[in-house]
Write a protein that binds this ligand. Sequence first.
Ligand SMILES: [Zn+2]
Length: 211
Amino acid sequence: MNLAQIRDDLEGAWWHYIRVNDFSFLQTIPDLSDLQMNEGDILIHKQIKEGERFPTIRYHLIKNKKSLIIENEEVKEILANKLVEYVKKNKSLPFACKVVKFFKNGNAQVNYSPTQYDNFALKINPKAHKVENLQSFFEGLKSDPNPIKPIKTEKEPPLFKDQWIIRSSADENKTYIVTKNKDGSFSCTCPHHVFRKAECKHIKQVKKSLS
Ligand SMILES: [Zn+2]
């Protein structure tokens, strides 16, 4: 599927992909014009709008080979269903999932946190998912690694006209966003820049690629 042709009210190339059958998470999509997806998979589109610090987010569900905009709540419902299916089949927790809480009414909360910015709190209801006891259902289960490895590209893809995704050299599952501001200065979402206002290596990398 060609992601560049998918329309919502956001612009730019900042997309993530969740393969729902195994909770694979692709943080950077190397070629937007050609992403292989299955029915029921989820795309996340983000854009930091001008003057805003946090991204606006849109969720897309792949249905009948088309993309359908859905709400965050629907994403969580889909993932909750898939999580229970996955545990029944594999006897392990999917990638980036952690059981965080059991409630008195028998429900459980499982967090799916594929990156430091992306977190989905999944509510599991034993009756709805035909599980007798969630505590024993989840007991002792470990979370699997990301089934799809981040795909390395020669150059990190440009996110938008003046924004770039830079992969962390320390942890390939982490990426940072470098923005060229209107006044010509650069900012980055990494802690080194955010907390110390330093010109981090991500900014240097972008500047180098522009020169
Ligand atoms: Zn940085």
